[in-house]
Write a protein that binds this ligand. Structure first.
Ligand code: MF3
Ligand code: CO
Ligand code: CO
Length: 256
């Protein structure tokens, strides 16, 4: 398969992505500091919207897709895999885990990043899942090299996750990103080393493994967005936007 539909970004464009990525990381850190028992996911969303506007940026999720996503961030609690919708009635409680996924658009460029946070004190089971999921993200990033293949990323993630008996979500994948939120290539978090499209300098995409304690299979609610584990066991996720450089890989969604 060719790479004709994968856009390569120039050094100037990658610098714009670096600025958007930094803003995204700062927003995520800010929201993470608000996570505690008693706060609603709605309040996190309100703060995200306000903060993003104050920085002269826009929230990509708001109105995105079909049906239009109704909020500025995704908040995915416990068994929700991804695309959870903030809600006034959803109050975080001790022992919950929550993934917050932010995507501000700064000067036309998207920064996409997420983390799973603990609300109060996690169970041992939740703590282990979240730690392994974060390590999956970094193992995926470390598998990226110019001249390598997309499948190298998923292979590294799958091998690590499954060694703990966890499963890797199949139906949501990482994606190319730039002036557009979701572009080719697709970046599965499972697969075989040495397969898939070639990784080239200038490619910018996300790696965002979703790891489940039980089955990888998902249900999507009638709202058209909320994806949850079929067995309602816990799911965790971490995401960075990265760029392939001549030397290797750069994480664009860092807060410094
Ligand atoms: N930020 C999510 C991702 O990582 C996408 C969210 S789409 C939305 O790709 F519409 F739900 F915001
Ligand atoms: Co995201
Ligand atoms: Co993404």
């Amino acid at each position: 398969m060719g790479n004709e539909n994968i856009v390569l970004l120039s050094a100037r464009e990658i610098d714009k992505m670096r600025q958007a990525g930094k803003l995204a990381a700062q927003l995520l850190k800010h929201l993470g500091n608000m996570v505690k028992p008693g706060i609603s996911t709605y309040e996190l969303n309100e703060e995200a919207e306000k903060w993003t506007k104050a920085k002269g940026a826009k929230s990509a999720p708001l109105g995105y897709g079909n049906p239009p996503f109704p909020a500025s961030i995704c908040t995915s609690v416990n068994e929700v895999i991804c695309h959870g919708i903030p809600n006034k009635k959803q109050i975080l409680k001790d022992g919950d885990i929550i993934n917050i996924d932010v995507t501000p658009i700064l000067e036309g460029y998207h920064g996409d990043t997420s983390k799973t946070f603990f609300v109060g004190n996690p169970s041992l089971e939740a703590k282990k899942l979240v730690e392994v999921t974060e390590e999956c993200l970094y193992r995926g990033i470390n598998a990226v090299r110019p001249g390598g293949r997309i499948g190298d990323i998923g292979a590294a993630i799958q091998e690590y996750a499954e060694s703990f008996g966890y499963s890797v979500v199949r139906n949501f994948v990482g994606h190319g990103i730039g002036r557009t939120f979701h572009t080719p290539p697709q970046v599965p978090h499972f697969g075989k080393k040495g397969t898939g499209k070639k990784l080239r300098p200038g490619m910018v995409f996300t790696i965002e493994p979703m790891i489940n304690i039980g089955t990888w299979e998902a249900d999507v609610l009638e709202d058209g967005w909320t994806a949850l584990t079929k067995d309602r066991q816990l799911s965790a996720q971490f995401e960075h936007t990265i760029a392939i450089t001549h030397g290797g890989v750069e994480i664009l969604t860092l807060d410094t």
